[in-house]
Design a protein around this ligand. Structure first.
Ligand SMILES: *[C@@H]1O[C@H](CO)[C@@H](O)[C@H](O)[C@H]1NC(C)=O
Ligand SMILES: *[C@@H]1O[C@H](CO)[C@@H](O)[C@H](O)[C@H]1NC(C)=O
Length: 210
């Protein structure tokens, strides 16, 4: 009885550990790029038949949206493009079969992506790996020093604005997706606000030779 309880407990601990290892979280900025590196624990000695990526589309709807079948084609196949709108924004290289590169991120890309791997000559539980992709709708990192300049990028998506507060004047610039800010002299030093359409702003102070 005691052995059984311990066994069950052990199984539970192992399952929890396995779960902890087969998921990851990736954060990207709107209009920016992200690398989703799935790290499944492959079955040794088995050749992969295909890699399929799932993304929930609602109940009773086929969740698969991309497939890579190495023996069949070097290209990633995309399904339900009308719905996902990832064509021309998603990249894949055969050398890194489990990695997806997503560009020009949209808020609607924020989802859980599950990679499911199927093998030749194997009928059993397929290997899975989940990436929880979070898309921030405004990003403005602390400026980095590059030579004597201070550099950062303001990400807002479409119709964002960059407000530059500098006494005695202030200016407003349009941001189409994202805009790099580079401050190399005293004239352009100041406080910059990166704002999205919803009016959410992030402020950074830029000074030359930081
Ligand atoms: C994202 O990737 C695309 C294609 O490689 C590139 O043209 C673009 O400049 C990148 N965007 C950013 C914000 O780096
Ligand atoms: C992914 O799934 C987890 C756990 O079910 C959930 O907490 C999270 O909000 C989901 N992420 C997205 C982007 O939907």
């Amino acid at each position: 009885m005691l052995t059984k309880t311990i066994n069950i407990l052990l199984l539970f601990v192992l399952a929890t550990l396995a779960c902890a290892q087969n998921r990851d979280s990736v954060t990207g900025c709107i209009a920016g790029n992200v690398t989703m590196e799935f790290k499944p624990a492959l079955l040794s000695g088995k050749e992969v038949r295909y890699y399929v990526w799932n993304k929930v589309r609602g109940v009773n709807k086929d969740p698969s949206f991309a497939k890579f079948e190495p023996r069949f084609s070097p290209q990633l196949e995309i399904y339900f493009n009308e719905e996902h709108q990832v064509q021309n924004r998603i990249f894949h290289i055969p050398e890194k079969p489990a990695t997806l590169y997503l560009t020009d991120l949209r808020k609607s890309d924020q989802e859980n992506y599950t990679l499911i791997i199927s093998y030749f000559d194997y009928i059993g539980v397929p290997t899975e790996y989940i990436i929880d992709l979070q898309v921030q709708d405004v990003c403005f990192e602390k400026p980095k020093a590059v030579g004597k300049c201070a550099v950062s990028t303001c990400y807002t998506g479409e119709n964002g604005v960059l407000k530059v507060l500098k006494t005695p004047s202030s200016t407003v610039q349009a941001v189409k997706g994202y805009k790099q800010v580079k401050v190399c002299d005293d004239k352009t030093s100041g406080s910059y606000s990166c704002c999205n359409t919803a009016g959410t702003c992030l402020v950074q102070v830029f000074q030359e030779s930081m």
